[in-house]
Design a protein around this ligand. Structure first.
Ligand code: ATP
Ligand code: LTN
Length: 328
């Protein structure tokens, strides 16, 4: 069977190393073994209020990060979701198959709407648009962080339900959630995922943080009381989180890192961790700066949208026909 990957990172805030560990670093690895579609889900970003200028800026930035991190645009399609209208069209078709109850059970919706007086109806239907993103490309695999597992499960249910009601139309996708890096936690609190919405700026490292800021943030990162550098999420969550970050950025297994720091205190380990992250991020930051405002980026995104559209419209047409909508 052909293997296809689709995934994306929302332009809803400055990208941090959580998104790199859970998503971007994986994208780069998979591009050699799969036909890949990497997009920027800008329509998902506007399910919560966005400043228009900032949204436009961040959308370019996410696309530039894809390339700067090593995705080859001649191999993989890189595009913006809003440039391929088939996404919203299929989302509508799928909404007719999704129940109110199942969308209400989505934990991301519950978290994001919790305590708010009013939220957009698009925040509620968000996972259906995500299902459309994936099903349009007949993706067999979707690399995401742990937090997206429930959305993937809904996507699988919708695909199976549609196929059952209207005949085989969609591939039922598998999530690709890596053991290491799929749950990078805050540097201030290892029980909460590293997130750009955390008001404590030291809780995350941004992809564009200068080296000295990265060093300071890791120096301040919380650790656990017992001072050995050992991965044990139950009793030592803070240090386990730092070891996982090291593992993602150095591309080394956890056991090797534990051995290297056996008998060392947290101080040396945290200093080295900062350097491992700086070494990885500095070249990405340089490439990012070269590309983010370039015409080359516009051309890549245009070509990507063309390639994506071909595949997307083919699937959309089949879905419409299956449902009895007249197509010509
Ligand atoms: P928000 O925090 O605003 O909800 P997000 O960071 O979860 O946004 P995206 O930026 O779209 O949303 O995330 C892109 C990808 O990065 C997703 O696959 C998500 O699972 C993953 N990801 C995000 N944060 C982390 C994290 N702390 N650890 C591992 N993966 C993460
Ligand atoms: N919901 C995801 C972003 C996203 C996505 C997708 C990821 C939108 N559509 C399709 C993978 C495949 C998030 O919040 N991180």
């Amino acid at each position: 069977m052909n293997k296809q990957i689709l995934s994306g990172i929302k332009p809803s805030g400055d990208l941090n190393i959580g998104g790199y560990g859970g998503a971007l670093s994986q994208f780069v690895q998979y591009q050699h073994d799969f036909e890949c579609f990497f997009f920027v889900p800008d329509l998902h970003a506007i399910t919560v209020p966005q400043d228009p200028q900032q949204l436009a800026r961040r959308t370019r930035e996410i696309a530039a990060f894809y390339i700067a991190a090593g995705i080859d645009p001649t191999k993989s399609a890189i595009f913006l979701q809003s440039q391929v209208p088939a996404h919203t069209e299929l989302a509508w078709l799928l909404e007719t198959q999704a129940s109110f109850g199942e969308l209400g059970r989505m934990t991301q919706f519950k978290d994001k709407s919790n305590g708010k007086e009013s939220v957009s109806s698009a925040l509620f239907t968000y996972p259906v648009l995500m299902a459309a993103d994936i099903l349009l490309y007949q993706a067999t695999h979707v690399p995401v962080g742990e937090d997206q597992k429930q959305h993937l499960e809904l996507t699988r249910n919708l695909a199976e339900r549609f196929n059952h009601r209207f005949g085989e139309t969609f591939v039922v996708p598998e999530p690709l959630i890596q053991d290491i890096g799929s749950r990078i936690m805050g540097l201030d609190d290892p029980t909460k995922k590293m997130s750009k919405s955390n008001p404590n700026l030291s809780s995350y490292v941004l992809m564009l943080d200068p080296p000295d800021t990265i060093r300071k943030k890791f120096a301040r990162a919380v650790t656990d009381s017992e001072s050995s550098v050992r991965c044990d999420w139950d009793t030592k969550p803070a240090v386990s989180n730092l070891i996982e970050i090291y593992s993602v950025f150095a591309n080394e297994p956890v056991e090797i890192i534990e051995k290297r720091y056996a008998g060392e205190g947290y101080g040396t380990f945290k200093k080295d961790l900062a350097e491992v992250v700086v070494d990885k991020l500095v070249p990405i930051q340089e490439k990012f700066k070269e590309i983010v405002d370039s015409r080359e980026l516009d051309d890549i995104l245009k070509r990507g949208a063309q390639k994506a559209s071909e595949k997307a419209y083919d699937t959309l047409k089949r879905a419409k026909q299956a449902m009895g909508l007249v197509t010509f």
